[in-house]
Design a protein around this ligand. Sequence first.
Ligand SMILES: [Fe+2]
Ligand SMILES: [Fe+2]
Length: 191
Amino acid sequence: MTAGVKQDVLDLLTEQHMQIKALFGQIARAEGTRKRDLFQDLVRLLAVHESAEEIVVHPSARRRIDRGDTVTETLRHEEDEAKHELAALYDLGTDHPDFDQRLARLADAVVAHATREETEEFPALRGSLTAAELGRMAGALRAAEATAPTRPHPHTGESARANLVAGPPLAVFDRIRDAVREWRESHRDGE
Ligand SMILES: [Fe+2]
Ligand SMILES: [Fe+2]
């Protein structure tokens, strides 16, 4: 990520949509330990991303945009389904013969979900919130990322990262969500 460039929460989330999409492709092409590591990267990235959306972005959208209730209800439902499919894939294991096909289906669903956010939610939010509000909300993502840091992986080259938060998806999501909730509690003003 480019340091020093001030991005608001919607810029960051849109950038992550591209990273998520790319990661799905990388997992599909990988094998063995690398495939397992990349899948764990996906769990982490989706947990960071969806937690910030769930706790900070969707509640704002519900209150501030037209048809906010309907739009965010659909998004939350899609996120919940994706999280549970991610947990099922984790249990299945990256070496299982059904893994690739189910991962491809999940990728399609997650990309469609991201497109819905980028068309039905983000532009409306950008029109309803101030730049300062959107800038402040980026803190939720930073709080989530701080809970789930990555470090350069010693074996696979410097572009790869090893997860410091690993394990079953539901536990990873819970842990990161708690961190974003804490962040929200200490940044209540201006909502
Ligand atoms: Fe989402
Ligand atoms: Fe998203």
